[in-house]
Design a binder for this molecule. Structure first.
Ligand code: ATP
Length: 370
């Protein structure tokens, strides 16, 4: 990435007791959120969960029904949108077609009679590595390049906070993956606070330092991508951030920091620190890539969970891994992603297998999590 003088830190954002009601519909139930200055924060959730409404509240395009919004410690709840230190990048780039790329980026600065508007616009274009097309019209650029121009236009006046509303949604998959990495590196370089809204879990996990998973107008869980993936606290979060196997059983004992659970496929264990609850009926979860298949029952091992025997009902080669579906009586279908370490080394359909994993990879949810 080209060297620039974008180095000023962004501001932190605080949402305090935010509620948003539309006529006949509550879009945000209650939202309390602090986003530290200079972080890349993603709001992740399914369509209709309230992500865009949250962004619009921060931008000042909607008024909250209750609560306060603070940017850099200043209460902006009653401040008009154009007076807030915020810029937004939308999925549709909305570049002016009759202006050059440079004029598009300089537009806002010129209107506000900022000195050195063109020099600053060139600098922002260098940041997104498009200075060489400064004199072209937007129609002469690819979709990815147009989105980078929109980004340059949004960062050129160094807003304390940049809001990104599904900004890569219109790009094809390959370009989107590439732009995710570019956006992440641009954010690291400019040091502004980025609040990114997406329904794409891979996108949120690739780019953000912190992800808040939203469901039905509330945040279900907030954490680093690794925390959310490795230790989801609800069935919704477990399911939204990739595949997981959920197995319900009854707690037999809790001793030495280990919860022992009787399931239809065998007695399993989960560290108490990785369980939401430690009594009654609970649901255990484990990600498919943590599982290993065995042709015979593995020897007893205190660190290992073993489920089985089961029978392989489907084998799919996916390139990166081989996906096995294993039917375990009383438990249901268990999905296993096996690394393709040895060419052609596969278990065929119909074979009896045991599924094993290190118990540290287990997470424990409430019984109603399924
Ligand atoms: P998407 O990913 O589809 O954009 P989202 O998570 O961004 O979804 P929002 O656009 O925030 O969801 O909408 C949240 C809910 O609020 C939706 O059920 C939507 O229908 C509703 N909603 C949004 N704006 C209004 C409005 N102006 N009047 C009434 N209901 C609205």
């Amino acid at each position: 990435m080209a060297a620039t003088s974008f180095g000023e830190a962004g501001a932190d954002l605080e949402l305090v007791g935010i509620r948003k009601e539309f006529p006949g519909f509550t879009a945000i139930e209650e939202l309390d959120l602090t986003i530290p200055a200079g972080s890349f924060f993603a709001l992740l959730g399914p369509s209709g969960c309230g992500k865009t409404t949250t962004l619009r509240l921060v931008a000042g395009l909607e008024d909250p029904s209750a609560g306060r919004i603070l940017i850099g410690g200043a209460d902006v709840t009653a401040v008009k949108p154009h007076k807030r230190p915020v810029n937004t990048v939308f999925q549709s780039y909305a570049l002016f077609p009759h202006m050059t790329v440079l004029e598009n980026v300089a537009f806002g600065l010129r209107r506000r009679r900022v000195s050195d508007a063109l020099a600053k616009a060139h600098e922002a274009l260098r940041l997104v590595e498009l200075d060489h097309v400064a004199e072209r019209k937007p129609s002469q650029l690819s979709g990815g390049q147009q989105q980078r121009v929109a980004l340059a236009r949004a960062v050129v006046n160094r807003p304390a906070l940049l809001l990104l509303d599904e900004p890569l949604g219109a790009l094809d998959l390959k370009l989107r993956r590439q732009m995710q990495l570019e956006l992440k590196s641009i954010q690291a370089e400019v040091g502004l606070t980025f609040l990114h809204v997406t329904h794409d879990q891979e996108e949120a996990m690739t780019m953000a330092d912190t992800v808040a998973v939203m469901n039905k107008g509330r945040i279900e869980q907030l954490g680093s991508p690794t925390e959310l993936y490795e230790l989801p606290r609800t069935g919704f979060v477990a399911g939204f951030l990739g595949q997981s196997n959920l197995i319900t059983g009854d707690v037999e004992s809790t001793a030495g920091g280990i919860v022992t659970v009787r399931t239809a496929g065998g007695v399993l264990a989960v560290p108490a620190s990785r369980a939401v609850s430690t009594g009654g009926r609970i649901t255990l979860g484990v990600r498919p890539e943590k599982l290993l298949l065995h042709a015979t029952a593995p020897a007893a091992d205190a660190d290992q969970n073993v489920l089985g025997p089961g029978r392989i009902t489907d084998v799919s080669f996916t390139g990166v891994s081989t996906q096995y579906l294993v039917e375990v009586p009383g438990v249901g279908t268990v999905t296993v992603f096996a690394q393709n370490l040895v060419f052609g080394a596969v278990y065929p359909v119909g074979v009896e297998v045991w599924v094993a994993w290190h118990r540290e990879h287990t997470f424990g949810l409430d019984s109603d999590a399924r």
